[in-house]
Design a protein around this ligand. Structure first.
Ligand SMILES: NC(=O)c1ccc[n+]([C@@H]2O[C@H](COP(=O)([O-])OP(=O)(O)OC[C@H]3O[C@@H](n4cnc5c(N)ncnc54)[C@H](O)[C@@H]3O)[C@@H](O)[C@H]2O)c1
Length: 268
């Protein structure tokens, strides 16, 4: 008996990184999984791998920036597998070139990121909730980010959209808990996904490593395992929470690693 046996999960952005890890782990633990992604070839590849491992999955096209496309993904899930028990709203994007500081950012990019990162969570949930209510409950899981908790020199739109995801998670939990629907989020720190590796030069990755409490980077399965837990009944009394999975990057006084270097130099 798997940890999410008999559940049906829709994973958005499931062809790569965090979504792919989550879809794979959910299928391994008994869920039937719909992988919905802009990269439909990638989604189909993921499905083939899951099936080769004895799991059950289907791959479909999704544009998470488009309301109709999100509605179709939810409807496909319900028609194909009979219900939707888990919705993982995972698609999100960042743009290091256009999403800058408040004065210099591209305003069209602000709108695009709010739509893709935040409105998509609202819409996926809005379309899935009536089906979940009919079925007697469900679990909605959203991908936030540690960028939703802190300020930074650039990416104001990304950070604001992810902060929105954190509080929308609470609203969803508050509004639908009485229908046995839980809603939680996961806030990754830097995770070594294809996106992170493509976006960030090695020097920037080194800066992140310097400030982690743990001496290694996060991997997609670190988030996938958290999603699996939130999808399963093991977390049945947890709702409205955002679980921070970030290697202890943000837990200490931000000067700690500079202070350690200072002490080493002083002693040596
Ligand atoms: N990787 C990190 O360090 C990190 C940190 C914090 C938060 N996140 C968040 O995690 C989520 C997943 O990121 P990832 O690192 O796994 O990225 P990724 O690029 O590895 O995977 C993202 C997937 O989403 C798909 N996608 C992109 N735009 C889409 C759209 N409009 N419609 C449908 N699918 C679309 C891509 O094709 C890809 O398969 C995002 O919400 C991101 O903001 C990532």
């Amino acid at each position: 008996m798997g940890r999410v046996q008999d559940k049906v999960a829709l994973v958005t952005g499931g062809a790569s990184g965090i979504g792919l890890s989550s879809a794979t782990l959910l299928a391994k633990e008994g869920a039937r999984v719909v992988i919905a992604d802009f990269n439909v070839e990638g989604a189909k590849e993921a499905v083939n791998k899951i099936k080769a491992q004895g799991g059950e999955a289907a791959g479909i096209f999704l544009d998470a920036g488009d309301e109709t496309s999100i509605k179709e993904a939810v409807e496909f899930t319900v028609e194909h597998y009979g219900k939707i028990s888990v919705l993982f709203n995972n698609v999100g994007a960042t743009n290091l070139k256009k999403d800058l500081d408040v004065v210099n950012m591209d305003l069209d990019e602000w709108d695009r990121l709010m739509n893709l990162n935040l409105r998509s969570v609202l819409l996926g949930s809005r379309f899935a909730i009536p089906h979940m209510i009919k079925a007697g409950g469900g679990s909605i899981i959203n991908t936030a980010s540690m960028a939703g908790f802190f300020g930074d020199s650039i990416r104001a739109a990304y950070g604001a959209s992810k902060a929105g995801v954190v509080n929308l998670t609470r609203y969803l939990a508050a509004q639908y808990g009485r229908h046995f629907i839980r809603c939680n989020a996961v806030a990754p720190g830097l995770i070594f996904t294809p996106a992170a590796q493509n976006n960030m030069p090695p020097a920037v990755l080194d800066i992140f490593a310097k400030y982690n409490a743990l001496p290694y980077h996060g991997e997609p399965d670190d988030i996938g395992n958290t999603v699996l837990f939130l999808a399963s009944e093991e977390s049945k009394f947890i709702t409205g929470q955002t679980i921070q999975v970030e290697g202890g990057h943000y837990i200490a006084n931000p000067t700690i690693s500079d202070f350690e270097e200072f002490m080493k130099k002083k002693q040596g």
